[in-house]
Write a protein that binds this ligand. Structure first.
Ligand code: NAD
Length: 412
């Protein structure tokens, strides 16, 4: 049975609901998105012709705070994927313990085919279309696949033209426009803290552990750099064009120079070329999918040669892939815990915007570490108490928090 993205997420949430013995009414309540917006976005292209795009914003739950989640620009954006990612944000913000709910949005488009001016026009049009359902205390977008600090700046500007100065309407802004120090590295740093704590819970240390990382973008490259600084070895990396392997560990600083010059990891000397499928099967201690969703399925899960899978990407495991990993005794550190460092730093950015007071990078890193360690402790304790996987334990922690907030607010 192949489940779509939303069904896969619901399947994982269901394991948590079952562990808590919550009845059907709560299942419906906690799984149903609060609001779904679909908008038409006509814009004039640079050549004067008309183009029509479709945008989405799904607001899943706001019982614990304003909706929060990224905006994705990609040709495959569709409602079930957006629903799935919005739901994951609800559980991620809850498990990490920041006062937000969950949302996600996107525009079905291929940004590679749009000029910067067209992209700007499309973004501003989207803000006009969803302006009344976002806001610093309502719903706060952020970057995701193919959106960046520039897109966030346009969102801030367009929203502020209509509603007044409001930097806290969006996070992931550039440093010179109310962004936060440390935001760039935060997701990778959060992954580092989480795997360090997971290993420590089993009496192990990061030093000498061998990592294979799929995806060398923001998350993968920061994680690789931080791992090497901590004494771990990165034996394999890849990007969309292919991968590299070196049993002695890849020199990540040199690789960064190569990637800056060529925009790809392939062609780097001092490591052997491998394919992305070979990367997933690399013998290592920790395999890190840090690129796409659903790469670890029934087939690839059987090839994994790692003791741990650290989900830096969102939804890298299908339902079947997850089952195979657990059958084979491979511990999977779930996305809603592993990659929560990004939204946690976004929370710090929002806090700084509201306080109108910028934090230092060391304060951001210190607070990030504190949130990640506390979340891991809670999940690990729950895993032992419920004798379940780390994923189900993370959902149990998150569902309990969302349910308690929902109940406390009442229904009358
Ligand atoms: P990015 O666009 O900076 O990098 C993505 C990387 O994946 C690139 O190296 C790209 O070449 C590679 N890639 C793309 N297609 C691939 C393929 N078919 N095979 C192998 N590699 C491929 O993205 P990012 O911000 O690093 O995000 C990576 C993942 O982490 C995504 O799933 C994202 O949703 C998730 N995530 C990101 C953040 C964040 O703060 N950036 C936070 C939480 C979760």
């Amino acid at each position: 049975m192949t489940l779509n993205a939303y069904e896969t997420t619901n399947h994982f949430v269901d394991r948590g609901l079952e562990a808590l013995h919550l009845d059907q009414r709560y299942r419906t309540l906690l799984l149903t998105p609060a609001r779904e917006v679909r908008v038409e976005l006509p814009i004039l292209l640079d050549d004067g012709s008309l183009a029509n795009f479709i945008g989405y914003r799904v607001q899943h739950d706001n019982s614990r705070g304003p909706f929060k989640g990224g905006l994705r620009y990609h040709p495959t954006v569709e409602i079930d994927e957006v629903r799935s990612l919005a739901s994951l944000m609800t559980w991620k913000t809850a498990v990490i313990g920041i006062p937000f709910g969950g949302a996600k949005g996107g525009i079905q488009c291929d940004p590679a085919t749009l000029s910067p001016r067209e992209l700007q026009r499309l973004t501003r049009r989207f803000v006009d279309a969803i302006g009344t359902v976002i806001g610093p205390q309502v719903d706060i977008p952020a970057p995701d696949v193919n959106t960046n600090a520039q897109v966030m700046s346009w969102i801030f500007d367009q929203y502020s033209r209509r509603f007044g100065f409001a930097p806290a309407v969006v996070t992931g802004k550039p440093l010179n426009l109310h962004g936060s120090a440390g935001r760039d590295a935060a997701t990778g740093r959060g992954c580092l803290v989480t795997i360090r704590q997971v290993l420590a819970a089993e009496g192990k240390h990061l030093v000498g552990q061998r990592f294979a990382i799929q995806g060398f973008g923001n998350v993968g490259s920061w994680l690789a750099r931080l791992l090497v600084q901590e004494g771990a070895k990165v034996v394999a990396v890849s990007d969309v064009h292919g991968g590299l392997f070196s049993g002695d560990g890849i020199d990540i600083e040199k690789l960064m120079h190569h990637v800056t010059a060529t925009r790809a990891v392939v062609g780097f000397e001092g490591a052997h070329p491998i394919t992305n499928d070979e990367l997933l099967a690399t013998p290592c201690d920790v395999l890190v999918p840090a690129a796409l969703g659903h790469v670890i399925d029934q087939t690839t899960a059987r090839t994994v040669h790692a003791r741990y899978v650290l989900e830096a990407a969102n939804s890298p495991c299908t339902m079947e892939g997850d089952a195979v990993l657990s059958e084979r005794g491979i511990m999977c550190v779930p996305d809603i815990l592993a990659n929560a460092g990004g939204v946690t730093a976004s929370y710090f950015e929002w806090t700084q915007n509201i306080q109108q007071h910028a934090w230092t990078e060391s304060r951001v890193n210190h607070e990030l570490e504190r949130y990640m360690v506390a979340a891991h402790n809670e999940v690990e304790q729950t895993r032992r108490e419920f004798r379940c996987s780390l994923r189900t334990a993370a959902f149990v922690v998150a569902i309990r928090r969302v349910k308690e907030a929902t109940d406390a607010r009442g229904f009358d």
